[in-house]
Design a protein. Structure first.
Length: 279
């Protein structure tokens, strides 16, 4: 099975995109509204940031989770024991950020949020009636004015040769949020787990936009839309001395949004953060 990129501007784009999400938990868009030049500019600015010592002036706040997370506190995926080989910066419009880098990230954050609202509208419009009735409010409304939506600037550093055996850039995991929007990174490596258990390469053509379902949308849709396991593998056969920068936007509902009879967005997030050992 292969993931095909859907032309955002083509007739039938909505149906093809939502069908891909339903079948694989992932959709890939081309000819979408996010400017490639903006993404490239962010990659370049943040590569410089991660290569500098300045990053240590922005170490994350434990209570609010904004700021720089060094490799020493990198995540351990659920069910794994090795830390992922990565460092990252959590950007919220209300959080800390180097002043010179803020305007660029704030512009991207706003534009990607606008696109996310549209895509959530597509998902709702093309949900079967029995699934739509499970949504406590329009999906696009769940993220409106949410201060929980997180832009993560991820840096997978070059390999030094002394990595722990079995550690990879991002171990297999699912996302917690509603949907995640991710511009194709500057290096390959992202894979999604198919229904048969095999790993499928996600098209990483520069300019593609990758969208995946998170656990909260799986919960809200009564598991109609699957939150699919994915990972970032170490780059076999590619230049392992190259960094990889990645820019996922995790769309989170406001904390009071009801996802299901069992959970609000707040209770669901707290449960998952405890599982991950982040809180």
């Amino acid at each position: 099975m292969q993931l095909e990129a859907v032309d955002y501007q083509a007739p039938g784009a909505q149906e093809a995109f939502v069908e891909s999400l339903r079948e694989t938990g992932f959709g890939v868009l081309k000819n979408h509204p996010i400017s490639q030049a903006m993404v490239t500019g962010i990659y370049q600015s943040w590569q410089t940031f991660f290569d500098s010592e300045e990053k240590n002036n922005y170490v994350y706040n434990k209570g609010t989770q904004d700021g720089f997370f060094p490799q020493s506190v990198s995540e351990v995926a659920k069910g794994f024991t090795k830390k992922d080989i990565k460092e990252y910066f959590h950007f919220y419009p209300w959080g800390q950020c180097p002043q010179a880098l803020r305007p660029q990230l704030a512009e991207y954050y706003a534009k990607a949020n606008t696109l996310a609202e549209e895509l959530l509208g597509w998902i709702e419009k093309h949900s079967p009636a029995e699934v739509s009735k499970l949504y406590s409010q329009p999906l696009s409304n769940m993220i409106k004015d949410s201060d929980q939506t997180l832009l993560r600037v991820l840096h997978y550093p070059p390999f030094q040769g002394d990595e722990e055996p079995d550690a990879i850039r991002a171990a297999a995991h699912e996302d917690i949020n509603l949907i995640t929007i991710l511009p194709a990174a500057n290096e390959p490596g992202l894979q999604v787990k198919g229904k048969d258990g095999s790993w499928i390469d996600v098209p990483c053509d520069f300019g593609n936009l990758i969208v995946n379902i998170g656990d909260m949308l799986q919960e809200a849709s009564g598991h109609y839309f699957p939150s699919t396991t994915h990972r970032v593998i170490n780059p076999a056969g590619t230049d392992m001395t190259k960094s990889r920068i990645s820019l996922p936007l995790f769309l989170h509902p406001r904390p009071d949004v009801v996802l299901s009879e069992r959970h609000t967005a707040h209770s669901y997030l707290q449960e998952r953060l405890r599982e991950l050992g982040v809180i």
